[in-house]
Design a protein around this ligand. Structure first.
Ligand SMILES: Nc1ncnc2c1ncn2[C@@H]1O[C@H](COP(=O)(O)OP(=O)(O)OP(=O)(O)O)[C@@H](O)[C@H]1O
Ligand SMILES: [Mg+2]
Length: 391
């Protein structure tokens, strides 16, 4: 630690004003890469903890430390001389976060808030205890518990690993009790819930600053395929009442759990109303559209929030914005080689993450702003299909 560090882990104001603010980010994937772009504009020094020199934020030029989020020593080295530590993923042992916090490191979000994104069961339990609407659930550990839940809610059910799931990896449909018992053998206790009839899936991004200031973005619709987010439509084509209810719910959750930075709240719209699916306490796929589609991108907003700077306006800059993910094609080919096809689509903003192509892997996204969702979506799909080689 430098001599100017106080016990709180924050450098004092005087030394901070004489040099750029320093933000450390655990993880160096596409979220860190796009945060790096925002950091350049704001004059913030971003330093990331990367698995390798090939990570998306590193190849984009972010200052970095090669190490593992599972190593407390590596996390401490990253935190040294940073004003605040934040995250591009969930895969940090909660006990390491508590150790850093006890050391006086400023973490945004705090370990207690981050747990809402790290442990699906703890999140459901806590949100439910605080009166937020969540799907029925149990932590299934035995055949009997599973059978009782199946009798009550009917098969098929949905099982989810409690920790470490993303992009639908770790979400599995269980057709009957035998399948559930096999899953118990394979993965141990898991979160069990009914397979819900979803009218739509919505997401609301909220920024909450370390000062407590909050700002919510408009509710968006997210479209998943194979449990992975593929498209985002902004604003969600729902009535004003439902959009406002979603926004209110998201603000109440972000404030209630004292989240800091960006928090994404994924919601299910069901016949019975809105249910909270899960939270992410970091920039999120549902907010990539904000780069071109809103006054303040989620990445800039995240930096403002973790540094305690004034938050930016969250308004959309166009009547409709569509974002389509670019996913690795089955033949393993690289979308980057087909970029010209996507760039020839008028209005298409292409983002490639510099990741090696693998089937089913998120490799980039395309955003189109327009006057109506239908045409913006069609154009974004055309550009994404050109990149994926499926047009
Ligand atoms: N109970 C359910 N009923 C119906 N569909 C569900 C249910 N739970 C999850 N899904 C579908 O699977 C998707 C992924 O689930 P979830 O968000 O819990 O997993 P994840 O892998 O953590 O997701 P992410 O892609 O956000 O990282 C949801 O967006 C939804 O489409
Ligand atoms: Mg999800």
């Amino acid at each position: 630690m430098s001599a100017t560090m106080t016990r709180s882990g924050q450098t004092d104001r005087e030394s901070r004003s004489s040099r750029p603010p320093r933000v450390a980010m655990v993880g160096a994937g596409q979220l860190a890469r796009m945060t790096h772009q925002a950091a350049i504009a704001l004059g913030v020094e971003l330093r990331v903890l990367a698995d390798s020199e090939a990570d998306p934020a590193v190849t984009a030029g972010a200052a970095h430390l090669i190490g593992s989020p599972e190593s407390l020593g590596d996390l401490q080295a990253l935190a040294a001389e940073a004003d605040v530590v934040t995250f591009d993923h969930e895969k940090i042992p909660p006990e390491h976060l508590s150790a850093l916090e006890a050391d006086g490191v400023l973490l945004a979000p705090s370990p207690a808030a981050k747990l809402f994104a790290q442990d699906k069961h703890a999140a459901r339990r806590e949100l439910s205890a605080r009166g937020f609407p969540v799907p029925p659930f149990i932590l299934a550990g035995t055949r009997d518990e599973t059978e009782r839940f199946g009798d009550e809610h009917g098969w098929p059910l949905i099982g989810k690993v409690v920790r470490g799931a993303y992009d639908g990896r770790g979400v599995f449909e269980l057709s009957d009790l035998d399948a559930a018992v096999r899953a118990l053998d394979e993965v141990g206790p898991f979160l069990l819930e009914p397979r819900l009839e979803l009218r739509r899936e919505l997401a609301v991004l909220v920024a909450r600053s370390v000062t407590g200031e909050v700002a919510a973005y408009p509710a968006v619709e997210t479209v998943q395929r194979d449990a992975m987010c593929r498209e985002v439509l902004a604003p969600a084509d729902v009535g004003h009442g439902l959009a406002e209810e979603a926004r209110r719910l998201a603000l109440d959750i972000a404030t209630g759990i004292a989240a800091t930075g960006i928090v994404a709240i994924e919601l299910f719209e069901t016949q019975a109303g809105l249910l909270v699916n899960e939270l992410a306490l970091r920039p999120h796929n549902s907010g990539h559209y904000t780069i071109e589609g809103c006054v303040t991108s989620q990445f800039e907003q995240h930096l403002r929030a973790v540094l305690g700077w004034p938050l930016g306006a969250t308004d959309a800059v166009a009547p409709a914005v569509a974002m389509v993910n670019v996913v690795g094609p089955d033949d393993g080919s690289d979308p980057a080689a087909r970029i010209e096809g996507a760039l020839s689509v008028p209005g298409a903003h292409v983002h490639l993450y510099g990741k090696q192509s693998r089937p089913g892997r998120k490799l980039g996204h395309v955003t189109v702003c327009g006057d109506d969702l239908e045409s913006a979506r069609a154009a974004a799909r055309r550009a994404a299909a050109a990149l994926e080689g499926s047009s």
